[in-house]
Write a new protein. Structure first.
Length: 150
């Protein structure tokens, strides 16, 4: 069951409680692997690497964070099932490339964001990933493979 269906079956307070549990276990992984949390949207987490924190192994760190997140969300979902609650399934997409980052908004509210074709491609890759999958673009995989090589 997708997150929208889960959210429709719970009260708003229960949705927030579930999301906070989920974000608590996943966001720590991103920051520990030198990622920057960008935004949340429902159960979606958007993060980026090698912008706010310099990271020569950004691609490898992003992939490691992604795989670790899948592992902890699987355990989280097992706990949810024991509580007779619907699991949250996670699909992850990784892409590497140039983008623009900066404050966007109006006089009353500004927000830091990242924009560009490579950001859009990352979202499209993520949308193809089903539960328990991490899809990695070649632009991310190739540098990560070099970093991981002995």
């Amino acid at each position: 069951m997708g997150f929208t269906k889960i959210a429709e079956s719970l009260s708003a307070v229960e949705v927030v409680r579930r999301l906070n549990r989920y974000f608590c276990i996943t966001t720590e992984i991103i920051t520990r692997h030198k990622g920057t949390l960008h935004k949340f949207g429902g159960d979606m987490i958007m993060a980026f690497w090698n912008v706010m924190v310099e990271d020569e192994d950004a691609q490898l760190d992003a992939i490691r964070a992604s795989v670790e997140m899948q592992s902890v969300v699987w355990k989280f979902d097992c706990d949810l099932k024991k509580e007779e609650q619907s699991p949250i399934y996670l699909g992850i997409g990784c892409n590497t490339g140039e983008f623009a980052g900066g404050n966007v908004g109006g006089e009353d509210r500004m927000e830091y964001t990242i924009i560009g074709d490579n950001v859009n491609l990352a979202q499209r890759i993520e949308s193809l990933a089903s539960r328990w999958q991490v899809f990695v673009a070649e632009s991310t995989y190739a540098p990560a493979a070099k970093s991981a090589a002995p």
